[in-house]
Design a protein around this ligand. Structure first.
Ligand code: AMP
Ligand code: MG
Length: 327
């Protein structure tokens, strides 16, 4: 069973050594917990795929200490440097042409690499100690709900890994926003995430291409690797609604959980749950995965959930809810 380690200087130094020797470690970031390995070591990175049962065609994001380390692993460009200066450290991942040193296994055979610089103070310390980039996807069994605490990582992967570095609950609770910057003249959002796309557009002074929404009738082959329609999923079937009417809440069957965006004003039964006190999107995002896990473990036959407004963080929240509801 994995040990949860506190972020003492000594533990961080020992984990650096463990990673250098080819180990994999659960790590905190400001988005979700990651499962990290030395990105230059294909054998170490293969353990990530094995532990998560992640398909080999789903590339890993590499974590670096800052904009000055970009050229270590990829061919950057002026747009990447501009966005890094504005949004790093933070929940924004760039896709850029990879350098030779990054093994093909990390990028699922693609000639591009996903790269990010995390703002989590504990993870930043670990990355700074490592003289190699850390490849780290989310620390969950493939397609299950992403972890936002060290305990979630232990519950999902505890029997497969030795160490989890505890950095407390994740501040954002949804994954990073991914932007394809291979062609500077045509940046594209590949995944909605914790950094709202409006902020990127405001910085660039122009609108940028968005991912196609995932719907039940969309075929998998049109999607980028990793952008699978079924993801972030509880085992309990989840139905996503534009909204949930008060009458439906009053007449809810006991085997069904309702997941509302904000606390209802009327008195409700114990199977009615909510993601925030008053509908703030950052609070909804931060609670989303932990709440889905808790509901999944409560024995309900069905979960009905409400869509967030399609604005700001709401796009990332709805993206996760849609994939969670895909059957
Ligand atoms: P996660 O497992 O949440 O860390 O997500 C990693 C995701 O990043 C993958 O599933 C891809 O969608 C995306 N990604 C990583 N590297 C690349 C790449 N080189 N090209 C396109 N997408 C990438
Ligand atoms: Mg993931």
């Amino acid at each position: 069973m994995a040990n949860i380690l506190q972020p003492t200087e000594k533990n961080l130094r020992e984990l650096r050594k463990f990673l250098f020797l080819g180990g994999i470690v659960g790590v905190p970031t400001e988005t979700v917990y990651g499962l990290a390995a030395n990105a230059f070591d294909p054998e170490a990175c293969s353990k990530i795929f094995e532990a998560k049962r992640r398909p080999a065609n789903d590339p890993l994001i590499c974590h670096i200490s800052g904009v000055e380390a970009l050229e270590q692993i990829c061919h950057s460009n002026a747009l990447a440097i501009r966005l890094a200066n504005r949004f790093w450290p933070g929940p924004l991942t760039f896709v850029l042409p990879k350098k030779e040193k990054i093994p093909g296994l990390v990028t699922a055979g693609l000639d591009s690499v996903g790269v990010r610089c995390s703002a989590h103070p504990v993870f930043q310390k670990l990355v700074a100690l490592c003289d190699f980039p850390l490849a780290a996807p989310s620390a969950n069994p493939f397609a299950y709900i992403s972890p936002t605490t060290a305990q979630h990582v232990k519950a999902g992967l505890g029997s497969k890994i030795e160490y989890i570095l505890d950095g407390g609950p994740c501040a954002y609770g949804v994954e990073s926003t991914i932007v394809d910057l291979r062609d500077e003249s045509q940046p594209r959002i590949l995944r909605y995430g914790a950094l709202p796309t409006e902020k990127i557009e405001a910085e660039l002074g122009r609108s940028i291409e968005k991912p196609v929404a995932t719907t039940a009738d969309e075929s998998v082959q049109h999607l980028a690797p990793g952008a699978l329609p079924k993801h972030y999923s509880p085992r309990t079937p989840l139905d996503l609604r534009g909204g949930i009417a008060p009458e439906e809440i009053q007449n809810l069957s006991p085997d069904t959980a309702a997941l509302l965006l904000s606390k209802p004003t009327q008195k409700v039964s114990a199977n009615v749950h909510w993601l925030s006190e008053n509908g703030k999107l950052d609070e909804i995002a931060a609670n989303l995965f932990a709440k889905l896990r808790a509901l999944d473990e409560s024995g309900y036959h069905r979960i009905i959930a409400e869509e967030a407004p399609e604005l700001g963080l709401g796009l990332a929240i709805n993206d996760r809810l849609r994939r969670a509801s895909f059957r």
